[in-house]
Design a protein around this ligand. Structure first.
Ligand SMILES: [Fe+2]
Ligand SMILES: [Fe+2]
Length: 228
């Protein structure tokens, strides 16, 4: 059964009745465990396991390439860490409101400034800042059309973020947010093991099992197809 958020407003939303009827057959059950189509996650999953065993090639490389560019630009570890995680929600959870989902997902494990930068990059992406050479992305013209206008809540978030003391941390995420996906450019996750080790508090019980307020979000990525 696909998640409601994924199918509302699409023809797939109507599949739910048929699936519920199918579950009444004696030999049919909904998925409630490991999906055999996915690589099995270790008992105590780490951030690396999610990158390698759950995230698709395009979002994984987008995150790794953005972090690599930030490192090549000589930026600090907080910025590199924020770049490495900035679209983690798109990679494993949800695209709509991805900055907010992503910031919550990593909030208990990173510095508050890193989580803040991830949250605000979503709004800042829409607004140029000439003083640091950030222009409206051509990718957004391609994706949303030349006449797209961000809604009021995004405008207000941008204005408030601009006045915040961590503004430049989030702005640097948008500057290093690389849209030119080059399938030939392979970046190894291990390039960032040292930075992750210093900037991500990996829980001993594994992500998803540490009883944190966001553990369920990691479990959703471990078992994304479970009925409940
Ligand atoms: Fe993003
Ligand atoms: Fe991005």
């Amino acid at each position: 059964m696909p998640p409601a958020a994924a199918v509302i407003g699409t023809p797939a939303a109507s599949c739910q009745g048929a699936l519920l009827a199918e579950a009444r057959h004696q030999d049919t059950v909904f998925m409630m465990g490991d999906n055999p189509a996915l690589p099995k996650m270790p008992e105590r999953p780490t951030l690396k396991d999610f990158f390698l065993l759950r995230f698709g090639q395009i979002p994984r490389m987008h995150l790794l390439q953005s972090a690599r560019v930030a490192r090549e630009n000589g930026l600090g570890e907080k910025v590199i860490m924020a770049c490495l995680l900035h679209d983690i929600a798109i990679a494993g959870l949800l695209s709509a409101n991805h900055g907010y989902w992503g910031a919550q997902l990593v909030g208990p494990y990173v510095d508050a400034e890193v989580a803040w930068a991830i949250e605000k990059h979503e709004a800042l992406r829409y607004f140029p800042d000439e003083s640091v050479g950030y222009r409206y992305p051509q990718a957004y013209v391609d994706y949303f059309g030349a006449d797209y206008n961000p809604p009021g809540y995004i405008r207000r978030e941008h204005e408030a973020a601009r006045r915040h003391r961590w503004y430049m941390t989030s702005r640097l995420v948008t500057i290093n947010d690389i849209y030119s996906f080059d399938p030939a450019a392979v970046v190894d996750y291990d390039e960032f093991e040292d930075i992750v080790g210093r900037n991500f508090r990996q829980p001993e019980e594994g992500l998803g099992f540490d009883g944190s307020p966001v553990a369920h979000m990691w479990r959703t990525m471990i078992w994304p197809n479970n009925f409940l």
